[in-house]
Ligand binder design. Structure first.
Ligand SMILES: [Zn+2]
Ligand SMILES: [Zn+2]
Length: 258
C-alpha cells in the first residue's frame, strides 16, 4: 500500500535527533512513500528545494502564502517562473486567499493570488490553493485567470460541497487534512462522504493540524495515514482502495513528481 502526504511543511517540523531521516523513516513505516513540501515564502524556498533534491520521496513547490505579510519580497510572475524551473518543483503555491487571519484592505492578497495563477499557466504546473473564509473570491479569481488550464488542489479543504464542485469543474482536486477527523467536524465529514474519489487527496499540513488521536501534538507526514483511515471508514471504502486512488490522483495532478 502507498499513501502520499500531498501537503506538508517539512522545514517547520522539529524532527528531533534524527531530523529529516526520522521523519521520512516514520512516514515509510506508515506506507507514506511520497510527500509534497510546500513553500510559504521566497526566503525559505531554497531550504524546501534542497530537501526535495536530497530525498527522492520529496517534491517541492514555490509560492508565497496569503498570510505571509507585505513586509517580505512580493513575488513577481517572473520570480515564480524562474524558481519553478528548479529541479523537483512540481507546483506553484501555496497561494490563495485567507480573510480569517488577515484583515484590512486585502487587495494585495488578491493581486498576489492572480500573479501565482499567471505564473502557473506560464510554466504549465498546477496550483496549491489555500482558502479560508474567502471561497467566493477564490472561485471567481480562479475562473477569471483561467486556472483550469493548469488545475491544482484546494488544500486543507473546509468549505461546502457546492464550492468543492465548482473547484472540481475547474479541474481541481480536493485535499482533506486532519481537520476532518476532529470531533466537531460533522459538516466537513458530510462533505467528505460526498466528494468523488477520483478528485480526492489527503494531506497533513504538518507541523499543524495533527489528526485524531494526535490532535494538539506536532503533526508529521506519517500521520496522513490516520486521516486516510478515518476518511476511508467514513466513506465505507477499504483503506487499500482509498490509498490506491488518492495516490494515483496525486501523481496525475502533479505530473512532475516521481
Ligand atoms: Zn494553507
Ligand atoms: Zn500549508
Amino acid at each position: 500500500m502507498q499513501l502520499v502526504d500531498s501537503h506538508c511543511h517539512l522545514p517547520l517540523i522539529d524532527g528531533g535527533d534524527e531530523g529529516l531521516t526520522g521523519i521520512v523513516e516514520r512516514a515509510g513505516d506508515a506506507d507514506v512513500t511520497h510527500m509534497l513540501c510546500v513553500s510559504v515564502d521566497l526566503e525559505t524556498f531554497p531550504d524546501v528545494a534542497a530537501l526535495a533534491v536530497a530525498c527522492k520521496n520529496i517534491s517541492a513547490s514555490v509560492g508565497v502564502h496569503p498570510n505571509t505579510g507585505t513586509d517580505v519580497k512580493e513575488p513577481s510572475a517572473d520570480d515564480l517562473v524562474n524558481f519553478a524551473g528548479v529541479e523537483s518543483v512540481v507546483a506553484i503555491g501555496e497561494t490563495g486567499l485567507d480573510y480569517y487571519r488577515s484583515d484590512g484592505d486585502l487587495s494585495w492578497q488578491r493581486e498576489r493570488f492572480r500573479v501565482h495563477i499567471r505564473a502557473a499557466r506560464a510554466v504549465g504546473k498546477p496550483l496549491i490553493v489555500h482558502c479560508r473564509e474567502a471561497a467566493v473570491d477564490v472561485i471567481n479569481i480562479l475562473r477569471e485567470e483561467q486556472a483550469e488550464d493548469v488545475g491544482g488542489v484546494m488544500h486543507c479543504f473546509v468549505e461546502d460541497i457546492d464550492t468543492a464542485h465548482k473547484a472540481i469543474d475547474l479541474g481541481f482536486y480536493i485535499s482533506l487534512s486532519g481537520i476532518v477527523t476532529f470531533k466537531n467536524a460533522d459538516k466537513l465529514q458530510g462533505v467528505a462522504r460526498q466528494l468523488p474519489l477520483e478528485h480526492l487527496l489527503v494531506e497533513t499540513d504538518s507541523p499543524w493540524l495533527a489528526p485524531m488521536p494526535h490532535r494538539g501534538k506536532q503533526n508529521e507526514p506519517a500521520f496522513v495515514r490516520k486521516t486516510a483511515e478515518f476518511v476511508a471508514a467514513l466513506r465505507e471504502e477499504s483503506l487499500e482502495d482509498f490509498a490506491t486512488c488518492t495516490t494515483r490522483n496525486f501523481f496525475e495532478l502533479f505530473k512532475h513528481a516521481v
